[in-house]
Design a protein around this ligand. Structure first.
Ligand SMILES: *[C@@H]1O[C@H](CO)[C@@H](O)[C@H](O)[C@H]1NC(C)=O
Ligand SMILES: *[C@@H]1O[C@H](CO)[C@@H](O)[C@H](O)[C@H]1NC(C)=O
Ligand SMILES: *[C@@H]1O[C@H](CO)[C@@H](O)[C@H](O)[C@H]1NC(C)=O
Length: 139
């Protein structure tokens, strides 16, 4: 009986799924330029605290593998929800990063990893999301 109760709790008390709202799929980005990255997450009835995030870019030409942020780390630091994004309805956070000036031109993958703790017991959780971008020259 006790293990059944524990299993039911495990289903309802989950970390938040996250996704990248911006840049959009295959959006063109320019080395050296600013890029607004908008991360959204589901609202949750489970209490949670966002702690930190890291965002990276990996050129497809260099090989890309699940579970890696990429060779170019564009953000590392604190993370917290800014507010509600309508009409999508997700909680969002915007962060502006600079696309490194030495990222090779061509398709690349932008990945985010967000660390949070959730539930009254502060279970640790690492949520990840990624999207394709296209690195193009300014001229
Ligand atoms: C990080 O912390 C600073 C200072 O409190 C705040 O201005 C900024 O919005 C935070 N960044 C994120 C992505 O949460
Ligand atoms: C967050 O970034 C998205 C994508 O650039 C933009 O559409 C939205 O207006 C931004 N939200 C705020 C509050 O700046
Ligand atoms: C991203 O690009 C890779 C390599 O071209 C491709 O395999 C993958 O399907 C793309 N992902 C999306 C969501 O389009």
């Amino acid at each position: 009986m006790k293990s059944f109760v524990f299993a039911a709790l495990a289903i309802t008390a989950t970390a938040q799924r996250i996704w990248i709202q911006a840049p959009v799929l295959d959006q063109q980005v320019i080395p050296g330029d600013d890029l607004v990255i908008e991360i959204q997450s589901e609202d949750s009835s489970t209490p949670y605290t966002d702690i930190a995030a890291a965002i990276g870019i990996q050129p497809w030409s260099r090989g890309s593998y699940d579970g890696e942020l990429g060779e170019y780390l564009v953000y590392q630091g604190n993370w917290s929800i800014e507010g509600f994004a309508y009409p999508q309805g997700g909680l969002y956070t915007n962060v502006t990063v600079t696309v490194p000036s030495d990222v090779p031109l061509g398709p690349a993958v932008l990945s985010v990893a967000m660390f949070q703790v959730y539930s009254s017991e502060n279970s640790p959780s690492l949520e990840t999301a990624s999207t394709n971008i296209s690195v193009v020259s300014s001229s």
